[in-house]
Design a binder for this molecule. Structure first.
Ligand SMILES: [Zn+2]
Length: 672
């Protein structure tokens, strides 16, 4: 679309003006500490403020009270080191500093990572940060204030043995005005508060005892060791509470279970679509089938009808094309690689054929599918993300959101966000096995407004079709308003929003198409941004189906949209895409792939339904035998079977001979 240049200019000015406005305002978060930016906590506080989209600054308490820098008007949150409020005699007057902090409208968090008795100038609340000699065995976020701890409320976890992440706690002296928000248990079974709220008639003051936050202690979303919660939770929850709607956030939470591989036949191995529907209705969740496009022409009409009648419970996304093992592996390999190379051109052919097969699947069944790619086996390299973008996919969801050929970002907080558009500006979301996800990690995802994505295979239901119910119920209890939906809908809600001081809102878009909702009671202008390196030409940008002006500068696409209350707006970027499904050969003419799919069917639909044979399949994968390929594994099984038969025959012969000897010796005794 040819967009008038004055519209573009207006768009740029609209986008940039508020940025300048923000820069001249006071920092939204101020960290007061004797070392200012040299303080060991500053990198973490700075990174978390950036994560939330809050401006922040570190200041020394010695700054002149009347200097413009010391002004706290407009500041939402002050984090102050307890030591700055309790300086050695003869140094800065703590009373002046405290009055300045309390005189502002900011929420206040006082923290310490060293023992210290703090008597605040208003003398109402002496707080003792003390060291405990024992290690820590568990932690718990209390029911103290759900407005602060949100979905993390009530979550608890044991501490990994030897982790001993902090030995500083608070001695609240049993005073009721100090309400614990988080408590830790030492190995002698004593509970100590580590994060408390002092309830003042006017405004609360928060206190937190923490140790040194490190990259490792923050990395709790993936590590499986959530000891870092003890350090992370106070600052994370305090900033979210104090920043409120000015923090990057999303008003709704989403969740999904994806089952990889099945095609639409009843049952598929351990999965009965009919019985799973009843479980979803009972426990309230949604299942997406990551569908292998090769299966496009063999759907069972009864299963198709279940999908057609229950779109709120079942949906379909794309799972590779042929599922030829690691179908989107490295573009080039070394002899050490377990799989052959899959050049980018081959991967693109598979993406095209997969799409064309899914179009045919839709034509045959009348069922839609979400253009969301779940890569078979594991995630693809980064350039493949760019191919998905070019074919107007919405997103990709895999065990990690980082492409195969890249290292995860080394910064402190990127891993807290389950979704990113950092790679080819294409939406990539992390998903997890239910068994590997603790209640604390799920609660953290909900707290951070990450979509809660689970995935498994039909084997999830090997012990019963209700196998996922407990997990779904846990998610629903942590956030009763969570919306279970398909991956397409979830992709279209991959955006973050925040209020601006002028009353309008900023939106950061991660997926090329989003459904924006304004929950306020008045119209808002939303200033929308998306990372965009222009590697794929943009055909047009639509707002509710109509072309809309936009501008691209400094790697970002920008547009502004007026959004009326409670009226969703679909913002959609369409890339140039000359793909025509009808021109792609979708026939199944590769005998190797056909054989592979037949064997997969045999494994999932025949072998797996017999409990006594499951061990064979399980050990095939558990021992890594699958890496040998089918032929070598078959030979190995053959050799093993022959050896077993030979051994059995020898044993039987030896047993027969021994029995014969016993019989003959018994006879000779009788004859005697
Ligand atoms: Zn798969």
């Amino acid at each position: 679309m040819a967009v008038p240049s004055r519209h573009i200019l207006l768009c740029i000015l609209l986008s940039l003006a508020p940025l300048f406005a923000v820069q001249v305002r006071a920092a939204q978060v101020v960290f007061i500490t004797a070392e200012a930016r040299a303080d060991s906590q500053w990198p973490t506080i700075d990174a978390l403020c950036d994560f939330y989209g809050l401006t922040c600054d570190a200041r020394s308490p010695s700054q002149e009270p009347n200097s413009p820098d010391a002004d706290l008007r407009g500041t939402l949150a002050v984090i102050v080191r307890a030591s700055a409020l309790s300086p050695p005699a003869g140094q800065v007057d703590a009373r002046v500093l405290w009055e300045r902090i309390r005189g502002s409208r900011a929420q206040v968090l006082v923290l310490s990572d060293a023992p210290l008795l703090l008597s605040l100038p208003d003398a109402a609340i002496p707080v003792n940060f003390i060291a405990v000699s024992k290690g820590l065995s568990s932690w718990q976020i209390t029911q103290g204030n759900r407005q602060v701890t949100r979905e993390l409320t009530g979550v608890s976890r044991t501490v990994r043995k030897g982790a001993s992440p902090t030995a500083i706690v608070l001695d609240a002296g049993g005073r009721s005005e100090l309400a614990p928000l988080m408590s830790v248990q030492s190995t002698d079974d004593v509970w100590h508060p580590s994060y408390v709220e002092f309830r003042d008639a006017e405004r609360s003051i928060f206190f937190a005892a923490i140790s040194h936050l490190s990259r490792e202690s923050l990395d709790i979303s993936a590590s499986g060791d959530e000891s870092g919660f003890i350090d992370l939770a106070p600052i994370l929850t305090f900033l979210r509470f104090a920043g409120g709607q000015y923090c990057w956030h999303r008003d709704s939470d989403y969740a999904n279970l994806t089952i990889d591989d099945p095609w639409l036949v009843e049952p598929y191995g351990c999965l009965s679509y009919r019985r799973l529907l009843a479980e979803m209705q009972k426990a309230r969740f949604h299942t997406t089938i990551a569908f292998v496009p090769w299966n496009y022409d063999r759907s069972d009409e009864t299963v198709v009808a279940i999908f057609r009648d229950h779109p709120e419970f079942y949906s379909i996304c794309i799972h590779g094309n042929n599922h030829d093992h690691w179908e989107f592996y490295k573009y080039s390999t070394t002899p050490a690689d377990p799989w052959p190379a899959k050049p980018l051109a081959v991967q693109e052919i598979n993406i095209r054929q997969g799409l064309a097969r899914m179009e045919e699947f839709s034509r045959l069944t009348g069922l839609g599918f979400d253009p969301v790619m779940v890569f078979p086996q594991h995630v693809a390299p980064a350039e493949t993300f760019g191919v998905l973008k070019r074919y107007n996919f919405l997103a990709t969801a895999n065990l990690t959101n980082v492409p195969l050929d890249l290292e995860p970002p080394g910064d402190l907080v990127s891993h807290l966000r389950a979704f990113t558009a950092r790679y080819a500006n294409f939406a990539s979301v992390a998903r997890h096995l239910p068994a590997g996800r603790s209640r604390a990690q799920i609660a953290l995802d909900l707290f951070l407004d990450n979509p809660v994505l689970f995935f498994e295979h039909h084997t999830l239901f090997r012990e019963g079709i209700g196998a996922f119910n407990k997990t779904a119920e846990m998610v629903n209890s942590l956030q009763p308003a969570v919306q279970w939906d398909g991956l397409g809908t979830i992709a279209q809600h991959l955006y973050l929003e925040r209020d601006r001081p002028d009353g309008d809102c900023d939106v950061r878009m991660f997926c090329r198409s989003i459904d924006l909702v304004n929950d306020r009671e008045r119209e808002q202008t939303c200033f929308i941004e998306k990372e965009e390196t222009s590697d794929v030409p943009i055909r047009r940008v639509l707002v509710n189906g109509a072309a809309h002006p936009y501008a691209i500068s400094q790697g970002r696409l920008r547009l502004s949209v007026a959004v009326e209350p409670h009226r969703p707006r679909r913002i959609e970027i369409q890339y140039e895409d000359r793909f025509q499904a009808s021109q792609v050969d979708i026939s199944k003419n590769d005998r190797r792939i056909n054989r592979l799919r037949a064997l997969s069917d045999f494994r999932d639909r025949t072998v797996y339904r017999h409990k006594s044979l499951r061990w064979m399949v399980d050990s095939y994968y558990a021992t890594g035998l699958y890496r040998l390929g089918l032929m070598k594994t078959a030979i190995l099984f053959g050799v093993f079977a022959v050896a077993l038969a030979a051994g059995g025959w020898k044993l039987a012969r030896r047993t027969r001979r021994a029995a014969f000897r016993r019989r003959t010796s018994a006879l000779s005794v009788k004859q005697e």
